[in-house]
Design a protein around this ligand. Sequence first.
Ligand code: COA
Ligand code: AMP
Length: 628
Amino acid sequence: MNSDALFKRSIEDKENFWKEQAGNINWFEFPTDILSPDKNNYPQWFADGKLNICYLCIDQHIEDGFGAQTAIIYDSPVTNQKLQYTFNEAKEEIAKFAGGLASLGLKKGDTAVIYMPMIPQTLFAMLACARIGVIHNVVFGGFAPHELVVRIDDCKPKALITATAGVEIAKRIPYLPLVEKAIELAQDKVDHIIVYNRRLTENKHEMFDGIIDYEELVKNSEPIDCVSVESTHPLYLLYTSGTTGKPKGIVRDTGGYAVALKFSMKYIYGIEPGETYWAASDFGWAVGHSYTVYGPLLNRNTTIIFEGKPIMTPDAGTFWRIISEYKVAAMFTAPTAIRAIKKEDPNGELVRKYDLSHFKKQFLAGERCDVATLDWFAKHIGVPAIDHWWQTESGWPMLGLMTYDENYTIKRASAGKPIPGYDIKIFDENGYELDAHQEGYLIIKLPLPPGALLGVWKDYERYQKSYLSQYNGYYFSGDGAIKDEDGYIFITGRVDDVINVAGHRLSTSEMEEIVSSHPDVAECTVVGIDDNLKGQIPFATVVVKNGSLITEQDLEKEIIQMVREKIGAVAFLKNAMTVKRLPKTRSGKILRKLIRTLLDGKEFQIPSTIDDEKIIDEIQEKIRGYRA
Ligand code: COA
Ligand code: AMP
C-alpha cells in the first residue's frame, strides 16, 4: 500500500488500522477494546491489552534466537571508552537491576526518577523500571537541582537513580552535590538513592551516606521476570516546558506507544530489524526515550549511546566516524548539531575521511532546519536529510515522510506531511480551517493515534486547559504552520512562550519568573531571538526598580547566574538588557512579539494597540548601544 493510501485508511478506518498494527508486537493478552473512552471521556488505545515493553525490547529477541546480536553500543569519546552489549548481556543486567529495585520494595505503579548521563546504565535503569511496571521519569543531566526538585515533588518517586558524574567535553559535572541539594530542597522525601559510581576520579565526596551502590545492588540481586501491565499503564513521565513556569509531566502509556514505535521504525524510518539505528539525543528528551531506547530495541535494531558532542570530541568528524565504524543505516539528530558541524567543517574535509556507504538516511527534528544547512548536508554527505516534526507530547512523529515507500519526495523547509493517525489541520483563531498558503495554528483532530500522551500527570485540568480547550474536539499543538497545495506542512514556530535552544525545549515564562525574582527588577520579559547556531536563544529585557543602585553590567551578570543556577547551563541566557520601559498595549500587556522583532533587527509594524509609540525608539536606541 502506498503512503497516501495508508494515511487515508488510518483516518477513515482507524480502529482496524491500529488493530492490525497491534498485531505486529507480542502481547501477553491481545486487546479486544481497540479504542475506548477513559473516565474523562478521553480516548485511549488497547485498554484491555496486556504486555511488557522490556520484554519486547529484550527478552523476545533472545527467545527468537537473536540473543548474541549487539543490542547496545556505547561510544564515549569524552572518557575514551567503547563498549558493546548483546541482548543476552543487556537482559542479565536489566533483570538483576529490576530484581534489585523490587528488593527495595519498588513495585508496579511506583515512580522512579533517573538523573543520569549518556551511559548504558541509564538505559538499563529505564528498562529495569519498565520490567517491573515502575514508572520512570528521566531528568536531563544538564538541568539544575531546582528542576529536579520540581519533578520529585510532582511525581513523588520511591527511588532516585543517578551516577557520580557526567562529562561535558573536558569538564566533569559531579551529580551528587546537585542531587544532595535537590533532596534537601524537595518536600517529598525519596526512599532510596541509587548511584552508579563512574570512578572518574578518586573523589571521596562523591558517595554520601545512605546511598545504594548501583553495581552492588545488581551483583547481589536475583534476576526478575517481566510483569504484565495494562496497555494504558504509564511507562514513563517526561516533563516538558509549557506556558507557565511549572513543567508538565507528560504521561506515556505502554501499549499504544509500543505499537506506534514499531510502526514508525518500519514506515517512517524505513529501517529493518538487525540494522544499526542511531538517535544522537540525550536520554532526557523525548527523542532519547523513543529513538535511542524503545523504538530501535523494539525493532531489534542495534542502538548507539553516544557520550560526546558533534564537535570538539575530538572534532567535527565524530558523527561520521561513528556512522562509519558501526555501519549506521539511519541517524536522527537536531539541525543545531549539523549547523555546529558545518561551522567547524565548512568544506566537508572531515566527512571525506570516512566510509559512509551504509548510511541511508538522516532524520532531523527538534527545531526548524534552515535551507543553508540542508544544502551543506546535500553537498557533503549526499544522503537524504529528512525533516520531521513532533513533540514530547506525541512521543513519535506527527509530520514527516514515509520512507519505507521509496517514492517519497522531500520538499525543502517543510517538515513533511501528516503521518498516519494524525488528522492535522491548520485553523485560524476562530476555528475555521485555512486554505493552502495561509498561516495558522496547527491542530489535530481527536482521537490522537496510539503512543500520544495519555495526559498530564495527576492533573487532568491542566491537560484539558493546555491542549484540549482551544478548539473543541482537537488537540492544540502550540505551533504555527502553513500547508501547501500538495499537503506538505511548513512549521512557522511556537505560538506560545516555549522556545527551542539548540534543540532543547525551554519556557520563557519560567525564565521570566526567575528574572523577576531579582530584588532590583521591577518587570521584565524574556523572548527567544534568532541565533545562527542554536536556532533560538533567550534574551531578557528588564526594567529596574526606582531607586535601585545596581549597575546594568552587575544586574546582567546576576540575572545570567540566577537562570543558570535555577534551570541549568542549557538555558543559555546570556543577555539581560536594561530599558526604561517595556512596550505595552493600552490594557497593560507586554508586547513580546514587538520586542523580539526589534531584537532580531527585523522589519516591524507598530501594533495598533500600543500604549506609547515612543518606547520603540527608546528600545531601538538601547539595542544599538547594547550591541556596540
Ligand atoms: N549536563 C550538564 N551540562 C550540560 C549538558 C549536560 N547533559 N548538556 C549541555 N550542558 C551545558 C553545556 O556544557 C554548556 O555549558 P556552558 O555554558 O557552561 O559551556 C551549556 O549547557 C549549553 O549547552 P549546549 O546548548 O548543548 O551547547 P554546546 O555548545 O555544549 O553544544 C550542540 C551545542 C549543538 C552540540 C548541542 O546543543 C546538541 O547536540 N544539541 C542537540 C540537542 C538534541 O539532541 N535535542 C534532542 C532533539 S533531536
Ligand atoms: P520537544 O517537545 O522538545 O520535542 O519540542 C517540540 C517542539 O519543537 C515543537 O512544538 C516545535 O516547536 C519544535 N519542533 C520539533 N520538530 C520540529 C521541526 N521539524 N521543525 C520545526 N520545529 C520543530
